[in-house]
Design a protein around this ligand. Structure first.
Ligand SMILES: Nc1ncnc2c1ncn2[C@@H]1O[C@H](COP(=O)(O)OP(=O)(O)OP(=O)(O)O)[C@@H](O)[C@H]1O
Length: 241
């Protein structure tokens, strides 16, 4: 379903090129759940943004269901079947929750459909449906709404960047149920960036990104014990070791 070949993303820093993501290759099978984890600043969100076309790859290839989407922009990749939930969701002043959900679904949603979506992420529909997606929503409310926008439509591949961040325990349990449901149905592939053990252990495979590269990738029962056994020292700055 998704094939990523030699993906690199570089930035210019003081006239020198720095690789944030370096020569990364992996694939995601139909219906598979891949969890990407690893130390802060390792390059996980950047990799996700490059997959979604928010950042442009410096090199490499992205193939979705046999279609080379490497040169597609973000809209074109969304049309090709990728859904994406930001680590820090953007706000849209002047737009209501109902309008945002309809835009995300790609069709005018009925009030009951919006209510259903909102309740899957633990938001009480009556309280939120007419609200503006602006700075008056809390970080956790925004995060849950963002996840609802991805759930509003079916995709070939959904990418969720730290879906757990800022979410209360009750909503977190509902979220886990949603991921389990998607995973069980096997209709969509999932790439979840997470530091949360409960999410990581749901994965079919885990990919650890460290310093812009794949530190390890493999089945969950192989990689998770390694992660749990890692000490803070083993994550320390490479140049300080
Ligand atoms: N456009 C950019 N220009 C310069 N540096 C960047 C750019 N984008 C990302 N970085 C840097 O690249 C590194 C990787 O960032 P990224 O957000 O991808 O890490 P992450 O693994 O998602 O971290 P976290 O777990 O903290 O969310 C960081 O040091 C970040 O500051």
């Amino acid at each position: 379903m998704l094939e990523v070949k030699n993906l690199t993303f570089q930035v210019q820093e003081n006239g020198v090129e720095r690789s944030i993501v370096e020569n990364i290759s992996f694939d995601v099978a139909d219906g598979e759940m891949l969890v990407i984890t690893g130390p802060n600043g390792g390059g996980k969100s950047t990799l996700a943004k490059v997959l979604m076309g928010i950042e442009k790859a410096s090199a490499g290839q992205i193939i979705l269901d046999g279609e080379d989407i490497s040169n597609y922009d973000i809209n074109h990749r969304a049309d090709a079947g990728i859904g994406y939930a930001f680590q820090q969701p953007p706000r849209f002043k002047g737009m209501t929750v109902m309008k945002l959900l309809s835009l995300s679904a790609g069709k005018e949603l009925k009030r009951e459909e919006c209510c259903k979506l909102l309740s899957t992420v633990g938001l009480c529909a009556n309280e939120y449906i007419e609200r503006e997606v602006d700075g008056t929503l809390s970080g956790g409310e925004m995060k849950r709404l963002e996840i609802a926008t991805v759930l509003a439509k079916s995709h070939k591949l959904c990418i969720f960047d730290e879906p757990e961040a800022g979410i209360d325990l009750w909503s977190f349990s509902m979220l886990i149920e949603q991921f389990e449901k998607i995973h069980k149905e096997k209709k969509e592939s999932l790439v979840l960036i997470s530091h949360q053990e409960r999410i990581i252990q749901m994965a079919d495979r885990i990919m650890v990104i460290e310093d812009g590269k794949i530190a390890s990738i493999g089945a969950t029962d192989e990689i998770l014990p390694q992660l749990l056994g890692k000490t803070a020292d083993s994550y320390s700055c490479l140049t300080c070791r």
